[in-house]
Ligand binder design. Structure first.
Ligand SMILES: [Zn+2]
Length: 77
């Protein structure tokens, strides 16, 4: 006979204090060229403007990478 035991717990998700600041980057949606990743949001934005001026490409995808940490919530019951 098999037996399955399942435990449920409450988890919370918070910003990881050891994960570092957000990392920003952009990608051209026409040619897929990518900017450098930067902790300063202005760097990839300036890259978009320079890329548009150089190529005439006007569409970009922006990504922001942040870090989270899951932890068990304290039981308040
Ligand atoms: Zn492009």
């Amino acid at each position: 006979m098999s037996r399955l035991v399942m435990r449920f717990a409450d988890w919370t998700l918070t910003t990881d204090p050891h994960g570092g600041p957000p990392i920003y980057a952009t990608e051209c949606t026409t040619c897929a060229e990518v900017s450098s990743a930067s902790n300063d949001k202005a760097d990839p934005e300036i890259w978009c403007l320079r890329h548009a001026g150089r190529t005439g490409h006007t569409g970009f995808r922006a990504t922001t990478m942040t870090f989270f940490r899951a932890s068990l919530a304290e039981n308040t019951r």
